[in-house]
Design a protein around this ligand. Structure first.
Ligand code: DGL
Length: 273
């Protein structure tokens, strides 16, 4: 196999939430090897300043680049919102893919009315990157956005269904989706943690709202980018290496919720950034 094709795909997130993206990537690209880094010691990124997130994201990317990756996927929405262009410049010609642009693209494709809601972390909402990415593709779109920090905490706790999650979902979403001509027809899950709450969110919103999960669209975009650069592996079964900046026991326990399959502490290598 050509040395360039042989390299792994680096994926990083502020923690284990990005395992939802890794799961989608492995589904779309089963022959590829992946190195996933969860910066669990410094989670959350979503409440931190732009400068801090840029610094943390640069360090994560640096560690993965030093391991000889052939492409980088920023699985964290907050880090994608502030770091994708910067890291693409620094790491060129290595392809760098964020989750935000694919999510915006999918939302525009899904929405008929152009009324699109985005839920994300505080940092992502305040930075306005989703709003800009959607407007760039559809200038007449009306985008409403809301930070849903408790969803992150609930997902981390493994509470992905039940009356408490449903009550929180109503509190966050009822206002955003109030009945009337301005009610959005599409919701973007603009945070790594939200796909595991998708069932409850869908129930609260009802069938007339399309939910866009940026993990799946990011995997599609990554497959296209690898093919375009002649970096895609044709066959075989790929491997996954897991790195974290904090304890493997919590990574494994919470990570199993996001991976949809068991993660074992012994499979997690702890590193310092
Ligand atoms: N990974 C973050 C994101 O997708 C959510 C968790 C955090 O705040 O770090 O925005």
């Amino acid at each position: 196999m050509d040395a360039a094709v042989k390299g792994s795909i680096g994926v990083f997130d502020s923690g284990v939430g990005g395992l939802t993206v890794l799961r989608a990537l492995r589904g779309a690209l089963p022959a590829e090897d992946f190195i996933y880094l969860g910066d669990t010691a410094r989670l959350p990124y979503g409440t931190k300043s732009r400068d801090t997130v840029v610094r943390y994201a640069s360090q994560c990317a640096g560690v993965l680049a030093a391991r000889g990756i052939k492409a980088l996927v920023i699985a964290c929405n907050t880090a994608s919102a502030v770091g994708v262009d910067l890291l693409a410049q620094r790491l060129a010609p290595l392809p760098v893919i964020g989750v935000l642009e694919p999510g915006a693209e999918a939302a525009v494709r899904a929405s008929r009315s152009g009324r699109i809601a985005v839920i994300a972390t505080e940092g992502t909402v305040q930075g306005g990157a989703y709003q800009r990415a959607i407007a760039a593709r559809r200038p007449d779109a009306v985008v409403s956005a809301r930070a849903c920090p408790l969803f992150v905490a609930l997902a981390e706790e493994g509470w992905t269904d039940g009356p408490i999650v449903e009550a929180v979902a109503h509190r966050y979403l009822d206002g955003l989706f109030a009945a009337g001509p301005d009610r959005p027809d599409t919701l973007v899950l603009g945070c790594t943690h939200f796909p595991v709450l998708k069932g409850v969110i869908a129930r609260v919103l009802g069938p007339d709202v399309t939910i866009v999960d940026s993990a799946l669209t990011t995997a599609e975009v990554t497959a296209r980018v690898l093919a375009r650069h002649g970096l895609a592996r044709g066959e075989g079964i790929g491997t996954v290496t897991l790195l974290a900046t904090d304890g493997p026991a919590r990574f494994a326990r919470v990570g199993s919720v996001f991976s949809g399959e068991p993660v074992f502490p012994d499979d997690v290598e702890v590193i310092d950034l």
